[in-house]
Write a protein that binds this ligand. Structure first.
Ligand SMILES: Nc1ncnc2c1ncn2[C@@H]1O[C@H](COP(=O)(O)OP(=O)(O)OP(=O)(O)O)[C@@H](O)[C@H]1O
Ligand SMILES: [Mg+2]
Length: 221
């Protein structure tokens, strides 16, 4: 398989006098795991936000699954994000009063669907948490909480899963477990993953490493 899941062409993002992204061209191939690294302030989070349609570039084009985001109305963009993008963050951002199953069901409910029990069980099963459906985040370890967040991000079968330092709040061993899980999602399900990280270990799990400095791609291998 050699199709492009996400393509950025000449993407610039300027905040007042700060050029966060300075002409980025990147293709993320379907079914691959890319790690994005670079110093603090180099534009990693901005890159992810633009690629995920959470932020609009000042100029340039982002395409997701062949659809250019430029020119989409906010409503269309929201729908596309909901259906095609999964996002996990350093802070897991789970709803503390909801069970794991209810957290995972949330994106489908927001989309106006009533998820079946089987669908939720299957999503939790993919991250090895089938036995924890009734547990609330406070009753789960950090790694388990991040796996619930992964299951929630993947329930819509997104074209691409973005992560902004998703292992940043985890200890080394727990982080490694989450990374193995992500690797498995790529190998087994053909999931496309783009993950920003400060952790050089992440690169060992990835197919490709993209380095950013001052808003430009300085190496990609
Ligand atoms: N909303 C904003 N308003 C103004 N400037 C911003 C905004 N968001 C980011 N920036 C600036 O853009 C540059 C890139 O920021 P970004 O958050 O993308 O960096 P990063 O590589 O993710 O850094 P870190 O590793 O610290 O998370 C920085 O100089 C930052 O100050
Ligand atoms: Mg950042």
């Amino acid at each position: 398989m050699d199709t492009t899941a996400v393509r950025l062409t000449a993407v610039r993002r300027v905040y007042r006098d700060v050029t966060a992204l300075d002409g980025v061209d990147l293709d993320f191939r379907a079914g691959t795991f890319t790690a994005v690294m670079g110093p603090s302030g180099s534009g990693k989070s901005t890159l992810l936000q633009c690629a995920a349609g959470l932020d609009r570039p000042t100029s340039g084009v982002v395409e997701i699954g062949g659809t250019p985001l430029t020119g989409l109305s906010e409503r269309r963009l929201t729908l596309l994000r909901r259906e095609r993008i999964g996002f996990v963050f350093q802070a897991f951002n789970l709803m503390p009063s909801l069970t794991a199953a209810q957290n995972v069901a949330l994106p489908l409910r927001l989309a106006g669907r009533r998820p079946s029990k089987g669908e939720i069980r299957e999503a939790l099963g993919r991250v090895g948490l089938e036995g924890r459906a009734g547990h609330r985040p406070g009753e789960l370890s950090g790694g388990q909480q991040q796996r619930v967040a992964l299951a929630r991000a993947l329930i819509t079968r997104p074209t691409v899963l973005f992560g902004d330092e998703p292992t940043g709040a985890l200890d080394t061993e727990t982080g490694a477990q989450v990374l193995s899980m992500v690797r498995e999602l790529v190998d087994r399900d053909g999931q496309t993953v783009v993950m920003v990280t400060h952790d050089p270990v992440v690169a060992e799990y990835a197919d490709r490493l993209v380095r950013l400095v001052d808003g430009r791609v300085v190496s990609s291998c």
